[in-house]
Design a protein around this ligand. Structure first.
Ligand SMILES: [Zn+2]
Length: 163
């Protein structure tokens, strides 16, 4: 069944992969290394095209968590300002990202509970102990029921080399 997307920031169908350029992902990995041992985060801008979530730009967000080495929490005002700045440049928010300086790029329990409905979460882990330095997850868009935590599943990360 297909639906028509009403807006580039709204997925018409469940995305099966996230597409990101190697330059952009490398830049996030480098920032994640620089910020270690604290986690760092980003707002992701791009669009949903068919079954793909395409990341075109990101905006770094400081970590406002009380325990920034254990979790990432964005400051609400900073997040809103990033959203508005993106909108001024015709950029559409499609999700968010944060780093795991230790361990793997898999979601933590807090990550599972903190996902935004109908959005992508990208986790970058430059020192991933399993060798997978980035993973993406999709948080389901729910029709009418409120379920906590929002159901989510891993989707592929497609790294694009720009020639
Ligand atoms: Zn996390």
């Amino acid at each position: 069944m297909s639906q028509t997307a009403s807006h580039p920031s709204i997925a018409a169908v469940t995305p099966v992969r996230v597409r990101v350029t190697r330059d952009l992902l490398d830049s996030m990995q480098n920032s994640a290394r620089d910020a270690a041992p604290a986690e760092i985060g980003w707002m992701l801008f791009g669009s949903y095209v068919g079954e793909e979530a395409r990341i075109d730009a990101m905006h770094a967000l400081r970590n406002a968590a009380n325990n920034p080495c254990e979790q990432f929490a964005a400051d609400a005002l900073e997040q809103m300002n990033a959203y508005l700045a993106g909108s001024r440049d015709s950029l559409h928010c499609i999700g968010n990202a944060h780093s795991h300086p230790r361990g793997t790029a898999r979601m933590s329990r807090l990550d599972r509970c903190g996902g935004h409905v109908g959005s992508v979460l990208l986790i970058v882990a430059p020192n991933a102990t399993d060798g997978v330095t980035s993973r993406a997850f999709w948080f389901e868009r729910l029709q009418d029921s409120v379920v906590a935590p929002t159901p989510s599943h891993e989707i592929a990360v497609c790294i694009e080399d720009r020639t």
